[in-house]
Design a binder for this molecule. Structure first.
Ligand code: SF4
Length: 358
């Protein structure tokens, strides 16, 4: 929390709010009630006098706790119900979060950002074009979660799964990420099951090991996007630092501790990484590991940093890639593109609204 800025309830976990209450001369027991009410209301503004709290607590909350760390700056809804939110932070910067309804009808998945901008420089990504601005706090991640839960509730659904796959590289903001995950998964606060939470990385091996060492029973996804170091390094600058073999070894360690499959994300780019030979090489990388491969459709974001006009694979190439992986007994799924008409690639809404001055 910045000096001189009132803390918001999203900034606290239970222990730190209890400490804050004690510092204010209030009973710690009321901190739990306040925080649980805050999460139960999905962070919506409330008159604390209506919750049966002592008047000293109500007065202190009114005087010393701000409404929130972010406000809704823009909202777009696609035909399939995918909803993209642009949240404005206290310092005026903006981040995106996305709610994706699932086909079963009662659930949605949420995609959260962990940084403003991104330094990773993945060549096909819109977010990185504006560079890295700063890490998000745990409270700023929690408020994205609560905003998506409000969206889900408004359409009569439940926010069931969370993936940290929006703007930024989560493992380069590990401390805040872990604090946010603890609050989101905590009983009585976020109440999302640990196994419903996925962290996605470009393959920062020390970060993968640090996440593994927490022992948290969450899922790990790696954006591999190419089966060999040469192709990968063209697409992901981080591919020059951490090779495929090293990344797979870190995935093995993560998987060994938890016993569940890990995930490879693979965005199919026409003529770049989508040949049958690439699929065969990817099957070789996966081998007999318990890994699920998610094939992603590329949403064009204009000319890349390296001046490439990436295009999505043709349906035929994507199908052939899928069949080749399946022929090698690799568990493979197509992840259909969500809300392409609302600029599904992360960073696009932010760029457009920044330009438009929203
Ligand atoms: S794909 Fe993810 S990690 Fe890569 S530049 Fe974009 S936001 Fe960063």
């Amino acid at each position: 929390m910045d000096a001189g800025v009132s803390p918001a309830l999203a900034d606290f976990d239970l222990a730190s709010l209890q400490e804050q209450f004690a510092a204010w001369g209030l009973k710690r027991v009321h901190a739990a009630r306040v925080l649980r009410t805050y999460y139960a209301r999905d962070g919506a503004e409330t008159d604390w006098a209506e919750h049966g709290l002592p008047s000293a607590v109500v007065a202190r909350l009114a005087a010393g706790v701000s409404g929130g760390v972010s406000t809704l700056a823009a909202r777009q809804v696609a035909a399939d119900g995918t909803t993209k939110l642009l949240l404005r932070l206290r310092d005026g910067r903006t981040v995106e979060s996305v709610m994706m309804p699932d086909h079963r009808g009662e659930r949605v998945a949420g995609c959260l950002s962990t940084q403003v901008g991104c330094a990773m420089g993945c060549d096909f990504c819109a977010t990185t074009k504006t560079g890295f601005e700063r890490n998000l706090s745990a409270g700023e991640m929690v408020e994205q979660f609560l905003a998506l839960r409000r969206e889900a509730r408004a359409i009569g659904r439940k926010l069931h799964t969370i993936v940290f796959m929006g703007m930024g590289e989560p493992l380069l903001n590990l401390e805040a990420l872990l604090a946010a995950i603890h609050r989101i998964a905590s009983n009585g606060l976020g109440n999302i099951g640990w196994r419903q939470i996925t962290v996605s990385t470009v393959g920062i091996v020390p970060g993968m090991d640090a996440l593994d060492a927490t022992g948290l029973n969450i899922n790990l996804a790696v954006s591999l996007h190419a089966p060999d170091d040469t192709t990968r390094a063209q697409l992901l600058p981080m591919g020059r630092r951490y090779g495929v073999v090293e990344i797979m070894a870190a995935m093995d360690r993560f998987q060994a501790r938890r016993g569940r499959p890990t995930i490879i994300q693979y965005c199919l780019l026409r003529g770049v990484n989508d040949s049958v030979e690439h699929a065969r090489a990817l099957a070789g990388v996966v081998g007999s590991r318990r890994i699920h491969v998610n094939l992603l459709t590329y949403n064009p974001t204009g000319i890349s940093l390296r001046g490439v006009d990436y295009q999505p694979s043709s349906d035929e190439a994507a199908e052939a890639f899928f069949r080749e992986l399946r022929a090698h007994k690799v568990v493979t799924h197509f992840r259909r593109s969500r809300g392409p008409e609302i600029d599904a690639a992360c960073g696009q809404l932010r760029r457009r609204t920044t330009v438009a001055g929203v």
